[in-house]
Design a protein around this ligand. Structure first.
Ligand SMILES: NC(=O)c1ccc[n+]([C@@H]2O[C@H](COP(=O)([O-])OP(=O)(O)OC[C@H]3O[C@@H](n4cnc5c(N)ncnc54)[C@H](O)[C@@H]3O)[C@@H](O)[C@H]2O)c1
Length: 317
């Protein structure tokens, strides 16, 4: 049985990853400071003897002693800890920068100590407002280093840089997943991301607010597909960044229309100002994940959206 540490395990993606690891018969040590996550996401796991939950901030250097004193071995570490929506990281810019730097370093040191594999959750935001389309892993990005989103983009770029340094200097078996927009149950209704925004506005019969003219594109990956990709990447021999996302690209305006079509709602679609540094196009090139991990998304947009809408309906009841 493997023991797997999941930092950020009480968050949206992290909690689904904890479920998948437990379902595989392994043990989970879930670390989270609940800055953007919630115990509601893992409440069903708390009584499981193969699940330990520790409320802790991974930027605190005492994490090394805490874990070393408690566990003789850790086989794998997933670092998913970070505010992840624009609303969250603009509210917590310093916390976002420190978790991607000090927090990431603490977990890399933990992986060195145990000789464990480690996977860092990076993001398509490292490509910034991309000048190449679709984005391949070789593309270096177009990021404003002092812009409103830079606390997130540069934090993740630092995380990638320090991970690459640990791989080069110590031969650490580390992985970098560049995650593109992911959606599904357990997203927060008010996290400001486009999927919960539109669904909750439609369910509440409020205007659906599209930023700009809605021609900007996003590619949405259902969470179970993403989690499968993370597990395959962890098991792989790859030590260079890998895009994980769904290449099914659609404009934000089309997405708003899709949501209206899927729900009995009186909502009207309206347009508002485009936030600063909002990326115009987002579509992963997943050739590398297909080739090396035999991974590609399996849940179609309609199916994934129905599952997500059902979850939000229950939350709003
Ligand atoms: N959801 C997406 O579309 C997406 C896209 C790209 C990258 N990612 C990355 O995937 C990871 C998970 O994202 P998510 O959407 O599940 O976000 P989330 O906010 O739901 O989950 C992040 C979790 O990390 C925890 N956390 C934050 N700082 C911490 C700290 N210092 N110590 C301990 N725990 C801390 C939060 O409390 C939360 O539970 C993040 O690293 C994010 O950058 C997500």
């Amino acid at each position: 049985m493997k023991r797997v540490l999941v930092a950020g395990g009480a968050g949206f993606i992290g909690s689904h990853l904890c479920d998948a690891i437990i379902n595989n018969g392994d043990q989970v040590v879930c670390l989270d400071n609940l800055i953007t996550g919630s115990k509601d996401n893992i409440v069903h796991l708390l009584d499981n003897p193969r699940f330990d939950y520790i409320e802790f901030d991974i930027t605190n250097v005492n994490i090394l002693k805490l874990i070393k004193d408690k566990y003789d071995k850790i086989d794998e570490i997933y670092d998913l800890a970070s505010p992840a929506s624009p609303v969250d990281y603009i509210l917590y810019p310093i916390e976002t920068l420190t978790v991607g730097s000090f927090g990431a370093k603490n977990l890399l040191d933990l992986a060195l100590h145990y000789g464990s594999r480690i996977l860092m959750a990076s993001t398509s935001e490292v490509y910034g407002d991309p000048l190449e389309h679709p984005q391949q892993e070789e593309y270096w990005g177009n990021v404003n280093p002092i812009g409103i989103r830079s606390c997130y983009d540069e934090s993740k770029r630092f995380m990638e840089a320090i991970t690459a340094a640990y791989i080069r200097k110590y031969g650490l078996n580390a992985k970098i997943a560049r995650i593109f927009n992911t959606y599904g149950p357990r997203m927060r209704l008010n996290d400001g991301r486009v999927v919960p925004n539109f669904i909750s506005q439609a369910l509440n019969n409020q205007d659906i607010t599209v930023y700009g003219d809605g021609s900007q594109t996003r590619s949405f990956c259902y969470v179970s597909d993403l989690v499968n990709g993370l597990i395959l990447l962890m098991a792989s021999g790859l030590n260079t960044p890998v895009n994980l996302g769904n290449p099914d690209e659609r404009s934000v305006m089309d997405f708003a229309k899709d949501v209206v079509g899927m729900l009995p709602t009186k909502s009207k679609i309206i347009t508002t100002a485009l936030p600063k540094d909002d990326p115009q196009r987002r579509k992963p090139d997943i050739t590398k994940a297909k080739k090396h991990l035999s991974w590609s998304p399996t849940i179609g947009f309609k199916e994934g959206m129905q599952l997500t809408i059902e979850y939000f309906k229950k939350r709003l009841r």
